[in-house]
Design a protein around this ligand. Structure first.
Ligand code: MSP
Length: 477
């Protein structure tokens, strides 16, 4: 049995879950389910990032203590994931004292090895990103991701991590495949930046009280990003289900935070003499109807609203099929609706109704329930490979094309006419073939739409197959 540990970023607890968070979390969920289905032992970790200036300020605005505020908002993420049928193994919160203890020990170890020193930090800080900005990060003097926020001028005594010691080591590890960054385009960006030379990074804050204290100097707190990255490791230390799972197989995220995961995190792990994650994978950013998704534009899509409109299973399908992993993409509600109609209502759901309806009508004797079926090897492999390589929409396209093939065959054979021509036996043979193929489709859809898959398999393996209710009622658009 192989182990598979997949993680999502831990999301800032001051925000509400939106489609961006939902996408990464769904990718992880599909992979987790696919690996369990294929006999692997899976640990799927997600959670919330709860320390730092941003959360502290949001709590003050909400008139709450930071922890109370975090408690409320962490619950929103948990609820959203339940609504979407996300089956994480553990939901980590960085305010968990057990996590804090691991963070503290981790950093102490790096300090003891001589990779941390005290220095003077002077420069700009973006609260939105919780990140120190370099000159070349700035666009018109502002952080490009937060153009409405003024970067803050910081001048304080901090502790620094000797990231500059790790450039060659990281390049070496990447070349030797000790860890990999995907996709290639983004790996090349990372490698290019490492080659330009790495600068040491500040890993503590003097003026921020909402954080884990620096173990050897309690007047400072640990920089929120360091605290957050360590969650991946800490969950394998204090969470029962996570024990034995370090190193992670796959850290998933969007490109905005790749640098932290592909450079700073592996360097910290090297400094602490721990194994590196096997793969760090970054997907693109998507826009809504061609525009950046943002509160000020009022176009933020709440996954809970999609679930209300389409149901959880269809929402999972729509997000996975419409958002490409590798590139930036654009989503729109009207495309979601069209897809729902074509792929689910008129596609999968209708095909299942047609076949089960004919089974009910023409197949009154018991049928041999040996439904084991595999598509041609090329198809089976293409579906598995595209999931493994994070090309989720591609694997769904393959599955949907198998449904279309069945529909076409039904249209071509017209079983209802064959019955009139007294070719009942031929009809039964065709029906059994379609039932077996739909059973396989049900299995292949399991990671994407677990409940739909269960329903399909229950209907098709019943003693007597009867016409199903529409799995996906048509939308009135
Ligand atoms: N707290 C940090 C992560 C720490 S991980 C050790 C953080 N949180 S976040 O709430 O801002 O989440 C960022 C992540 O949300 C992205 O990496 C991505 O997974 C997801 N997305 C947010 N907006 C997105 C889009 N518009 N498009 C795609 N994904 C997006 O950063």
């Amino acid at each position: 049995m192989n182990k598979f540990f997949v993680s999502t970023p831990i999301y800032y607890v001051n925000d509400k879950p939106h489609l961006g968070h939902a996408y990464t979390t769904l990718c992880a969920d599909v992979l987790a389910r696919w690996h369990s289905q294929n006999g692997n032992q899976v640990f799927f970790l997600t959670g919330t990032d709860e320390h730092g200036v941003k959360v502290q300020e949001s709590a003050i605005k909400a008139g709450l203590e930071p922890l109370e505020f975090a408690n409320q908002n962490a619950r929103r993420f948990q609820k959203a994931w339940i609504n979407l049928g996300i089956g994480y193994s553990y939901f980590i919160r960085t305010t968990n004292p057990q996590h804090e203890a691991v963070v503290s020990n981790f950093l102490q170890k790096v300090y003891d090895k001589g990779y941390i020193y005290q220095g003077q930090y002077e420069g700009l800080y973006c609260v939105g990103c919780e990140k120190f900005l370099q000159e070349d990060d700035l666009v018109n003097g502002k952080c490009p991701l937060h153009p409405n926020q003024e970067p803050i001028q910081q001048k304080e005594t901090n502790y620094f991590f000797k990231l500059s010691d790790f450039g060659d080591k990281l390049l070496n590890a990447l070349t030797k495949g000790e860890y990999q960054v995907i996709p290639d385009g983004r790996k090349n960006e990372v490698v290019g930046k490492i080659k330009k030379g790495l600068q040491d990074v500040s890993i503590s804050r003097a003026g921020v009280s909402w954080g884990v204290p620096v173990p050897w100097d309690r007047t400072q707190t640990i920089y929120v990003w360091v605290d957050a990255l360590i969650n991946y490791y800490s969950a394998t230390q204090f969470v029962e289900a996570g024990k034995g799972f370090w190193p992670a197989n796959l850290h998933l995220m969007a490109k905005d935070i790749l640098w932290f995961h592909a450079v700073i995190w592996p360097a910290l792990l090297m400094a602490a003499e721990l194994d590196l994650p096997r793969t760090v994978a970054a997907h693109g950013f998507f826009t809504i109807d061609g525009q950046k998704m943002s509160k000020s534009l009022g176009n933020v899509i709440d996954p809970n609203d999609l679930v209300k409109q389409f149901g959880a299973e269809a929402t999972r399908y729509l997000i996975m099929v419409e958002v490409p992993f590798i590139s930036d993409g654009d989503v729109s509600l009207s495309r979601f609706q069209q897809r729902y109609q074509s792929d689910l209502a008129n596609g999968l759901g209708n095909c299942l109704s047609r076949v089960t309806n004919m089974m009910e009508k023409y197949f009154d004797d018991k049928y041999n329930k040996d439904l084991a079926y595999q598509f041609e090897l090329v198809t089976e492999n293409a579906i598995a490979d595209s999931i493994k390589n994070l090309r989720f929409s591609e694997s769904l396209d393959y599955i949907m094309s198998e449904i279309k093939k069945i529909d076409k065959e039904i249209d071509a054979h017209k079983p209802w006419q064959m019955v009139k021509e007294a070719k009942l036996l031929d009809v039964k043979l065709l029906l059994i073939d379609w039932v077996r193929r739909l059973t396989r489709i049900g299995q292949l859809l399991q990671p994407f739409m677990p409940q739909t898959s269960e329903k399909i398999l229950a209907v098709l393996t019943a003693e007597k197959i009867v016409k199903t209710e529409a799995l996906f009622p048509r939308l009135d658009i």
